[in-house]
Design a protein around this ligand. Sequence first.
Ligand code: ADP
Ligand code: TYD
Length: 208
Amino acid sequence: MTAKFWVFEGMDGAGKSTQAGLLFDKLASEGRNPIHVREPGTTTLGESLRNMLLDASREDWHQRSEALLFFAARNELLRQQIAPALAAGSDVICDRFTPSTFAYQAKDNSDFDFIAGIHRLVVEDIAQPDGVIIFDCEPETSYQRVGEGEAPDGFENRGIDFQRKVRRNYQQFYARFPEITLVVDCEQRSIEDIHQQVAGWVESRRDD
Ligand code: ADP
Ligand code: TYD
């Protein structure tokens, strides 16, 4: 059994955590001993950076400063949890990874190249995702789902136009990396229906 690394992506409120939980339960029931981690967070550095980066009252920082901080959290998570789990034969489900940095911290193509360059330096030799699943819906829908939950964080607070840009950047990520990416339509679909599509795709990409 080869351990696999699955990344769950999408706008805030699209349904990532719900679907990550369902895939986790399925993989656990198949004896794949999965772990479920989230970015930024999980490690002590990640949780500290999460508090700083998501603070709704902080001043604006340059998008590349934000990107570097997200990569610091990513490096820690990769080395402390993701790589050891994969080496031990456990599947990894990660709520957000480098595609989030493309989606949230890229303002133009040169930012995309900047982020791709850091990804090569920090991530590529350690562990690469086997699949990226982007949960896609109208920004208005994700906005409404977020609004029904906890108080919005600093990124959720940036407004609907920012969420539209995030969605466009995810579409650009898919255009650049279609071979590892599944875009799932989450508009007006049941949680179970979406789970079946995700589980089917994950199964089709396994080699055991
Ligand atoms: P994310 O992790 O992307 O922020 P969540 O999984 O936390 O999103 O879901 C946000 C909210 O939307 C939750 O209240 C969840 O129950 C609800 N939700 C998730 N998927 C769907 C869906 N397909 N249809 C309607 N509501 C959904
Ligand atoms: P989180 O609560 O984990 O996301 P969600 O609301 O979807 O469950 O919040 C993480 C926030 O951090 C989210 O708004 C996206 C943002 N983020 C970036 O801007 N860049 C990144 O590289 C990552 C990993 C997250």
